[in-house]
Design a protein around this ligand. Structure first.
Ligand code: GLN
Length: 448
């Protein structure tokens, strides 16, 4: 009841696309009866969770905040959702986001933007902006997002909460609407590390429905999160001195790193030669994958279709897609189709794959000597609506610190530690090697 009242009172934030009010109340009632009868309680008994509108929950609409999926109902549960429900969580509704998770500001949603609750003239970040605001403004306890290039960490940073993107292959993508399949990962928003640890441990692990999920054992993150030890921490010198990084944030990062060494960690600035390649490589590869993934939305199988009996099949496809997809999604489908086309494939796609491989190798070398990599999460705090929407390249370049983790598949977390002089929060990003979520969470718990 509390969360439903909050959602109602803060409707203007536009965080939810759909709220399952009656169903959630009914479930809460059943859980309460279960508790009274003395039955043992499950791990998420009555925990109220919101899910990004790209994650399937059987019998509920899922639209990726796109006109083209309007009216489409999920026919099965995503594995992540299935596992939350099995622990008696209450799924309270679906959350607003950029269309098909493409964007950094939530301005690309078919339902209109979500507002940042700290300053409603500013963006909440994206693409999982609704998920971030839902936790920020107490519209649920924990929420799920998806992170292909920062869509959990960047809005967490803009909203002053915690956002985790696990290792690629840690959580099943079954039932997650695909943007770029070799990058996508379900992520978690919460206000503290123990909540993140518990939610992760429940959702993570092998799944027969997604062959890219690792068989690697899921550690008991929630019970071990308190442990801490001194760590070897690296930061990229060029990333901290980068011209795009807000000066006040640069200074905050530097004193934060000093603070870490005062706490007994070994902190070292290292050279990293690939910084200027990561955003281009990310946008070549993800748009290529998106152009393929989004070809299934043809007007026949899902959601919206053009209403005209007198057109041929090709016109039917093209008109359904032209009317169904928004501007940014079309831009990326065209970009992706271009980089995959004969004559350009080697110049762009193959080249970007090589960059990705180099990045991976370089990263493995770094983790031979270090336990954690620290970066800013975003180069500037939450910007105003409209400030960047006319300049897609500027919007893409602001992903400089987040896309790296997705290119190499490592886990990364944004921790809310600072407040800018303009009143907006901003965070620090920490990363560990693949499947080292436990030490990432232990470190985060210790420094938050
Ligand atoms: N801002 C990035 C993009 O627009 C990240 C998106 C994401 O992680 N889904 O692609």
């Amino acid at each position: 009841e509390f969360y439903l009242q909050q959602i109602e009172a803060k409707r203007n934030l536009n965080a939810y696309v759909d709220v399952y009010a009656e169903e959630a109340l009914q479930k809460a009632k059943e859980l309460d009866e279960k508790r009274r009868s003395g039955e043992p309680l499950k791990k998420l008994h009555g925990v109220v969770i919101g899910i990004k509108d790209v994650i399937c929950y059987k019998g509920h609409e899922v639209t990726a905040a796109s006109h083209i999926l309007e009216g489409f109902t999920a026919t099965y549960n995503a594995t992540a959702v299935e596992r939350l429900l099995a622990e008696d969580a209450i799924i309270i509704g679906s959350l607003n986001c950029d269309e098909f998770a493409m964007g950094s500001s939530n301005e690309n949603s078919f339902y209109g933007a979500t507002l940042n609750a700290i300053d409603e003239s500013r963006v909440p970040g994206g693409s999982s902006g609704g998920s971030a605001v839902a936790v920020q403004a107490d519209l649920c306890m924990v929420s799920l997002g998806s992170d292909t290039g920062g869509s959990v960490r960047q809005p967490a940073d803009f909203c002053g909460i915690v956002g985790l993107k696990p290792t690629y292959g840690r959580i099943s993508r079954y039932g997650l609407i695909a943007y770029a399949s070799s990058f996508d990962q379900i992520g978690i928003f919460a206000k503290n590390i123990p909540d993140i640890a518990l939610t992760l441990e429940i959702m993570a692990g092998a799944d027969d429905f997604d062959s890219t999920v690792s068989l690697e054992k899921v550690e008991s993150y929630s019970s071990l999160v308190q442990d801490s030890k001194p760590l070897r921490i690296a930061y990229f010198k060029d990333a901290i001195d980068h011209p795009s990084l807000d000066e006040e944030m640069e200074n905050a990062m530097k004193s934060y790193l000093n603070g870490l060494s005062e706490k007994g960690h070994l902190v070292t600035g290292i050279d990293f030669d690939f910084l200027e390649y990561i955003v281009p490589a990310y946008y070549v590869l993800t748009t290529a994958e998106a152009s393929s993934n989004l070809s299934r939305f043809d007007g026949v199988r899902y959601g919206y279709r053009v209403n005209d009996e007198n057109i041929d099949l090709t016109s039917f496809y093209s008109q359904s897609r032209s009317q169904g997809f928004g501007k940014e999604v079309k831009r990326r489908i065209m970009l992706g189709t271009f980089v995959l086309s004969a004559g350009y494939f080697d110049a762009y796609f193959t080249q970007a794959q090589k960059v990705r491989k180099q990045l991976y190798d370089q990263t493995q070398l770094i983790f031979r000597d270090f336990d954690v990599i620290i970066l800013p999460t975003v180069p500037s705090p939450a910007f105003k609506f409209g400030e960047k929407s006319g300049d897609p390249t500027a919007m893409y370049l602001a992903d400089i610190y987040t896309v790296y983790a997705n290119l190499v598949g490592i886990p990364a977390i944004s921790l809310p530690v600072f407040t800018h002089s303009n009143g907006m929060p901003f965070g620090v990003q920490a990363m560990t090697n693949q499947f080292c979520e436990l030490s990432l969470l232990q470190f985060s718990h210790q420094v938050m």
